[in-house]
Design a protein around this ligand. Structure first.
Ligand code: MSP
Length: 656
C-alpha cells in the first residue's frame, strides 16, 4: 500500500455521565489496533476519540451532584483521557463537544443544512427517553410508556423544534446500502438497517427548547431558546475534529475509513449520519462497524445500571496487553461477549503462555544450549520450505481479516504459525539432530522458530503493543514499517543475531487476581432503578429464582401448562429482544405469543419446534402486540434455552 493513502479511524465519543467501563475500552482498543496496524503498513493514519458532553442526561447528572454541567463534564472527560493515556491509546486527537471549534463547526453545518432546504421549524409531540437521548413514536414504546431500548419511563414532550428532512433521504440511503455492501459491518447488521429504513423514515427533531446544555443555534437564525439535539452535535464531531467549519487543514482525512461503534448506536451512524453528510454534500464513511455488547456474568453491563467491570482494574491485575488480546480474541466482532476472570485466565495461560511464551523460551533454551545463543536464519528455506510456505500462507490472510473486522479470526489465524513452529520442534527434535551431527539442520530449525516468532510479533504488535516489541528485541530487531516490509511483504530472513534471554512474558496465573467477580451494583439508587425497569419491561420469560415460596400442589395446578408447536415465527420490527410467535396448543386457532428470546434464537430456527406454554396467563400487550401466553425457558450465564418435551407430544398435551 502506498504512503499517501489515508486512514481516518474513529471511536464513539463517550458520554460523560459516568467513568469508562470495559465496553468503552473494547471499542477504543479495537480502534487503536486498527490505527496501529494502518500506521505500520504505511497509511497516513488519524485516530480520533473524545467525549460527548451535552444533552439533558449530562445536565441532570451534573445537577444531581450539585455541579455545573461544564464542571462535571471537565471532570469526567479528564478521566476518559487519563485512562486512554495510561492505556497508551495512540489517538491523534481527543475531541470534546464543548470545544469552541466543535461548536462553530456544528453551527456551520446546521446553517448549511438549512440553506439546502433540509431543515424546517414545527412542533415536536412525542415521547423522549432522556437516558438514550432518543425520541420514540408511541407505537415503539413498551406498555405505551417505557423505552424499548432501556426500559425506563419516557417523558412526553411537546415543544417547538427544528426538523431535519430525514424522510427525503430514504432512497439515497437505500442506494448507499445497495451499492456498498460492506458499508455496514458485520454484514448481518446491514440487513437490520435496511429493514428499518424500508419501514419508512420520519423527519428528525434536531433542536430542543426545554433545557440549555447544548450547542446554541447559529446567531444568524436569531432563535436563542433552541439548542441542538445532542446526536446532531455528537455525530458532527467526526468532521469538526478535522477542522470542519474552522481550520480545515485535516479535512483531507475525510471520508472516515471506519467508524467503530457499539450495536446500540448503529441507527444513528448508519441512518442519521449518512443523511446529514449527504445534506452537507460530503462523501460518506467507507465503513460503519458495530460490535456487540459485553455482559458480566450474563447480565447486561452499562454505566446506568452500575454493574460495570473497570478496565483499569483488569489491566492492572492481568496486564494491559493480555487484556487487549483477550477482548479481541474472545468474541467474534458483532457478537456479544461475557466477561469473566476465568475466560481471561484461560486465554493468558493457554494461548499466550503455552503457545507463544513457551515457544520463545524453547528457542532461548535450544539456541543457548547448542549455539551460545547465536541464531542464523539464512538456511531455513533449504530445510524447512514446507513449514515456511504454510506460515506465509496464513500471514497473507491476515490483513483482509483485520479490515473486515474479523479480529478474532485474525488472531486465530495468527496462531497457526505458532502451531507450525511448536509442531516442527516436536517433529524434527533438535536434540536428535545435534546427536546425529546435523548441526546445520538444527541451526536452520532454530532459524525457522525465530522467523516465525519474528513474523508473529510484527503482526501481533497492533494488538499487543507492549509485549510484541519485547519479543522482537529478544530476536534482535524492532517493529516498524521497515521490518514489516522486510519480513512480511518481502519474506526476507532475519539478520544473524544472538538471542537475548528475557524473563517469561506470561507467568502462569492460577487464581483469579481480582477479589470480586460478581457484578457490582454501585448504588442503592441504581439497584432500585434496575428493579423498577425490570418489573416494568415484563418481557423476560425466565423464571425468577429468588425468594421461592412453598406452594401446594393445587396452587401449582392453577397454572395451565401445555405442549405446543411453533407454527409461525417472525421478528418484531424495531425490537432487539422480541419474536412474534404463533403456537399451536391444540385449540381452534394458534395462540400469539410475544417472547423475549431473539437474542438466543432466530425466528427461522424456531419453526416446527415444540415448546411448553403457560396457557392461562392474562393476555398482555408488548410493543402494541397481544401476547396470549408464555413460553418456558431457562437462562443462566451461558444463555437461554427453551424447555421442550423430550419426545414429540400431541399439541395441547397437559404438562404436570
Ligand atoms: N455518546 C454516544 C456516542 C456518540 S458517537 C457520535 C454514546 N456514548 S456511550 O458512552 O453511551 O457509549 C459509547 C459506546 O460504548 C457505544 O458504542 C456503546 O455501544 C458502547 N458500550 C456501552 N456499553 C457497552 C457494553 N456493555 N459493551 C460493549 N460496548 C458498550 O452512546
Amino acid at each position: 500500500m502506498s504512503c499517501n493513502k489515508k486512514a481516518y479511524i474513529t471511536t464513539p465519543i463517550y458520554y460523560v455521565n459516568d467513568i469508562a467501563h470495559i465496553g468503552h475500552a473494547y471499542t477504543t482498543i479495537i480502534a487503536d489496533t486498527l490505527a496501529r496496524y494502518s500506521r505500520m503498513i504505511g497509511l497516513d493514519t488519524y485516530l480520533l476519540t473524545g467525549t460527548d458532553e451535552h444533552g439533558q442526561k449530562i445536565e441532570q447528572s451534573a445537577l444531581e451532584r450539585g455541579k455545573s454541567p461544564q464542571e462535571y463534564a471537565d471532570e469526567i472527560s479528564a478521566t476518559f483521557k487519563d485512562l486512554w493515556d495510561d492505556f497508551g491509546i495512540s489517538y491523534d486527537k481527543f475531541i470534546r463537544t464543548t470545544d469552541e471549534e466543535h461548536k462553530i463547526g456544528v453551527q456551520k453545518a446546521f446553517l448549511k443544512m438549512k440553506e439546502k432546504g433540509d431543515v424546517y421549524k414545527d412542533v415536536y409531540k412525542g415521547h423522549y427517553c432522556i437516558s438514550c437521548e432518543t425520541f420514540f413514536p408511541k407505537t415503539q414504546l413498551v406498555d405505551d410508556e417505557f423505552c424499548p431500548e432501556c426500559g425506563r419511563a419516557t417523558s412526553v414532550v411537546e415543544e417547538e423544534s427544528y426538523f431535519f428532512r430525514l424522510s427525503a433521504y430514504q432512497e439515497r440511503l437505500m442506494a448507499w446500502y445497495e451499492e456498498r455492501p460492506d458499508c455496514i459491518l458485520p454484514k448481518s447488521k446491514r440487513n437490520e438497517v435496511i429493514r428499518f429504513v424500508e419501514g419508512g423514515l420520519d423527519d428528525l427533531s434536531i433542536t430542543r427548547t426545554s433545557f440549555d446544555w447544548g450547542v446554541k443555534l447559529p446567531e444568524e437564525l436569531d432563535d436563542p431558546k433552541h439548542v441542538m439535539y445532542v446526536w446532531l452535535d455528537a455525530l458532527m464531531n467526526y468532521l469538526t475534529a478535522l477542522g470542519y467549519g474552522t481550520d480545515e487543514k485535516n479535512m483531507d482525512f475525510w471520508p472516515a475509513r471506519i467508524h467503530l461503534i457499539g450495536k446500540d448506536i448503529l441507527r444513528f451512524h448508519a441512518i442519521y449520519w449518512p443523511a446529514f453528510l449527504m445534506s452537507l454534500d460530503l462523501p460518506l464513511p467507507k465503513h460503519v462497524a458495530a460490535h456487540g455488547w459485553w455482559t458480566r456474568n450474563g447480565a447486561k453491563m452499562s454505566k446506568s445500571k452500575g454493574n460495570v467491570v473497570n478496565p483499569r482494574e483488569v489491566a492492572d491485575a492481568y496486564g494491559l496487553d493480555n487484556f487487549r488480546y483477550f477482548m479481541l480474541r474472545e468474541v467474534p466482532f458483532g457478537g456479544d461477549g461475557d466477561f469473566s476472570q476465568k475466560a481471561l485466565i484461560d486465554r493468558i495461560n493457554s494461548d499466550l503462555g503455552n503457545d507463544l511464551g513457551n515457544l520463545l523460551n524453547r528457542l532461548i533454551g535450544m539456541s543457548g544450549k547448542y549455539f551460545d545463543g547465536r541464531v542464523e536464519c539464512d538456511m531455513v528455506d533449504e530445510y524447512y520450505q514446507t513449514e515456511l510456505d504454510e506460515v506465509n500462507e496464513s500471514l497473507k490472510k491476515l490483513e483482509p481479516l483485520l479490515f473486515d473486522m474479523q479480529l478474532h479470526r485474525y488472531l486465530e489465524e495468527l496462531w497457526r504459525p505458532l502451531s507450525v513452529a511448536n509442531k516442527a520442534i516436536d517433529k524434527y527434535q533438535p536434540w536428535r539432530l545435534m546427536k546425529e551431527g546435523k548441526e546445520d539442520e538444527a541451526m536452520a530449525l532454530n532459524g525457522l522458530i525465530a522467523t516465525i516468532l519474528a513474523k508473529v510479533s510484527i503482526m501481533l504488535d497492533p494488538v499487543m503493543p507492549q509485549i510484541s516489541p519485547l519479543i522482537a528485541s529478544a530476536l534482535g530487531f524492532s517493529i516498524d514499517n521497515k521490518s514489516w516490509n522486510r519480513l512480511i511483504i518481502d519474506n526476507k530472513p532475519l539478520e544473524v543475531f544472538t538471542i537475548e534471554k528475557i524473563p517469561p512474558l506470561f507467568p502462569r496465573i492460577e487464581e483469579p487476581l481480582l477479589a470480586n467477580d460478581e457484578p457490582s451494583i454501585s448504588s442503592k439508587k441504581e439497584k432500585a432503578l434496575e428493579k423498577a425497569s425490570n418489573e416494568k419491561k415484563k418481557i423476560e420469560i425466565t423464571a425468577q429464582s429468588e425468594g421461592i415460596a412453598l406452594i401446594g400442589i393445587d396452587q401449582f395446578f392453577q397454572t395451565a401448562l401445555k405442549v405446543g408447536t411453533i407454527v409461525k415465527s417472525e421478528e418484531v420490527p424495531k425490537s432487539k429482544k422480541l419474536l412474534l410467535l404463533q403456537v399451536d396448543t391444540g385449540e381452534e386457532e394458534p395462540r400469539q405469543v410475544v417472547a423475549g428470546i431473539k437474542e438466543w434464537y432466530s425466528a427461522q430456527s424456531l419453526l416446527g419446534t415444540q415448546v411448553c406454554v403457560v396457557a392461562n396467563l392474562k393476555p398482555a400487550k408488548l410493543m402494541g402486540m397481544k401476547s396470549e401466553g408464555m413460553i418456558l425457558a431457562a437462562k443462566d450465564e451461558n444463555g437461554l434455552s427453551l424447555i421442550r418435551p423430550e419426545a414429540p407430544k400431541t399439541n395441547g398435551t397437559k404438562i404436570g
